[in-house]
Design a protein around this ligand. Structure first.
Ligand code: KG4
Ligand code: ZN
Length: 338
């Protein structure tokens, strides 16, 4: 059978990314990160869309060159339709549309959240693919969801956050500790050197499979303020222990709901995705679930956890196989129904 070559473009937030796939295999996966947002302590939408404009042509060029593919060989183009920042999404979608039109090849609009889940279907040595149905927990800077995945294009959200996303809980806690944005990876780094039971925070009471993280953030703020008042060096003297304790609490909150979801659905194949699935504590705790609860767990390769275009490409490939094409009238969506 003739190989299918998909070019994928992801521009939902601050990173401009492009990838080339041959069927389920990734030939290239390029991400241009926008360092500018660090100075502002978060993503500035206007600056993000401008940087996408500057980055998109070189990033796609590099992705094609690295894959050793000429654009005339492409079978189709996939792009992120949403959710995300409108000004950022528009750069990727406009580029994808005009390129597909000029090459006269199919265009596939991809839901970014589906992509975080379906990244597990990329061919990678040493990584198994889940079987349907499975549970996916998508944990990122914008989302916290437990999803029942019935097939490539049939998914049901069975639990989600009622306020902050788990990535925000990491980033906002880090900010309270005076760490730079995004603080999630730094909390992870310091937590590895600290005692997770040094300080205790209470877990929120939320019904069913839903999550809440805004209370934890407030609790951490008061805890830090009170201790710094008594000892101005409290944070520096206890940074590793504070980070370990925060991370431990967040992991417990996630694991409690995941365990409940597995019991309620009777599904024991569990996958994680999204930027926060890079967290070493979450990865280790989930893996323990294999022995403790008889789960089979799926943890993505590091480069497919945070935003990337390869995950958009794998969804594009499966859409291509099922002739799920879009025409140029398809619109970007900041919010998108699942
Ligand atoms: O999926 P992603 O790249 O972008 C969104 O779609 O949101 O996720 C970014 C989030 C940020 O909140 C970042 O702090 C968090 O993922 N993150 C981590 C780690 N690496 C990234 N959080 C905790 N531990 C990590 N190692
Ligand atoms: Zn994401």
């Amino acid at each position: 059978q003739k190989p299918i070559f998909i070019l994928a473009i992801e521009s939902s937030c601050d990173d401009t990314a492009a990838a080339v796939l041959q069927d389920s295999k990734v030939l290239s996966n390029i991400v241009a990160q926008q360092a500018i947002h660090e100075q502002y302590g978060g993503v500035v939408p206007e600056l993000a869309s401008r940087a996408h404009q500057q980055n998109i042509v070189p990033v796609i060029d590099i992705a094609l060159k690295k894959a050793n593919i000429d654009k005339s060989e492409l079978s189709g183009i996939a792009f992120t339709q949403g959710p995300g920042l409108m000004g950022s999404l528009l750069v990727g979608s406009s580029f994808a549309k005009s390129m597909a039109m000029s090459l006269d090849i199919p265009l596939m609009a991809v839901n970014h959240m589906h992509a975080h889940i379906l990244a597990h279907f990329i061919d990678e040595e040493g990584f198994d693919k889940p079987e349907f149905p499975f549970l996916a927990m998508t944990i990122s800077g914008g989302h916290t969801q437990i999803v029942k995945v019935k097939s490539f294009f049939e998914m049901e959200i069975i639990g989600e956050t009622t306020d902050d996303a788990v990535g925000e809980a990491f980033d906002k806690s880090a900010k309270i500790l005076g760490l730079p944005y995004p603080g999630g990876p730094l909390i992870d780094k310091y937590a590895q050197l600290g005692n997770p039971k040094a300080f205790s925070f209470t877990k929120p009471k939320v019904d069913g499979l839903n999550f809440s993280f805004s209370g934890l953030k407030t609790q951490i703020l008061y805890f830090v303020q009170k201790n710094v008042k008594e000892n101005p060096d409290f944070i520096t003297e206890n940074l590793n222990d504070i980070c370990a304790s925060i991370q431990y609490t967040i992991i417990q909150i996630l694991m409690d709901k995941l365990k409940l979801a597995a019991v309620e659905t009777g599904i024991h194949q569990i996958a994680i995705g999204g930027g926060v699935s890079a967290n070493s504590g979450i990865r280790a705790t989930l893996k323990e679930g294999e022995k403790k609860y008889g789960w089979k767990t799926f943890i993505p390769k590091f480069e497919y956890t945070t935003d990337n275009a390869a995950m958009i490409g794998i969804v594009g490939y499966h859409k291509f196989l099922e002739n799920k094409f879009n025409d140029a009238s398809v619109v970007s969506k900041a919010r998108i129904e699942f």
